[in-house]
Design a protein around this ligand. Structure first.
Ligand SMILES: [Zn+2]
Length: 79
């Protein structure tokens, strides 16, 4: 989901026709993408631990395919 004015994004389960609001800004958020689990998997998580690494500056878990840390902005090393 993305809030059009602020650009803030969130991952959340969504139902057709429901209205979703950013709890911090109060903006209505609109669905902009859909996450699909890799089959076969019992997990509902968007990423598995095997596809994560810790940012070396802020220690947040980020995807292996992410080039810039979404938390602190640090450019990640190539794998
Ligand atoms: Zn970081």
């Amino acid at each position: 989901m993305r809030a059009p004015a602020s650009g803030r994004e969130a991952i959340a389960p969504a139902e057709p026709g429901a209205v979703y609001v950013d709890r911090e800004t109060g903006e209505e958020m609109v669905p902009v993408a859909r996450l699909l689990p890799l089959a076969p998997s019992d997990s509902a998580l968007p990423r598995t631990p095997e596809n994560l690494r810790a940012c070396r500056r802020c220690d947040q878990l980020i995807g292996l395919d992410v080039s810039d840390c979404p938390y602190c902005g640090l450019r990640q090393e190539a794998l």
